[in-house]
Design a protein. Structure first.
Length: 114
């Protein structure tokens, strides 16, 4: 299983970015897929995830971030609006299979700064 993340970059506060994650090589059903982030000096935290057809968001991003997926393109997305400096982090896409095996993308850096 391979996950290829892209779309990170630098943006001013209030700006928007969309992250993409292309998933390939999956041979068994997916239990969960989503996005995590890790800020400098902090632990990796869940940002948004699909569990079956339900979406869950970390409290600080609710109303600003939207997770979506295009099954035909094997791609999941994270649309981030109204970005804040505290959103600065390396963002990782994640897939957990029904076997409970976890797979991670390489991480993409998002920097929010004026």
């Amino acid at each position: 299983v391979q996950l290829q993340a892209s779309g990170g970059g630098s943006v001013q506060p209030g700006g928007s970015l969309t992250l993409s994650c292309l998933v390939s090589g999956v041979k068994v059903p997916i239990n969960r897929m989503g996005w995590y982030r890790q800020a400098p000096g902090k632990q990796r935290e869940l940002v948004a995830t699909f569990i079956s057809d339900t979406t869950l968001y970390e409290d600080s991003v609710k109303g600003r971030f939207t997770i979506s997926r295009d099954n035909a393109k094997n791609t999941q997305y994270l649309k981030m609006n109204s970005l804040k400096p505290e959103d600065t982090a390396v963002y990782y896409c994640n897939v957990r299979l029904i076997t409970f095996a976890d797979y991670w993308g390489q991480g993409t850096l998002v920097t929010v700064s004026s």
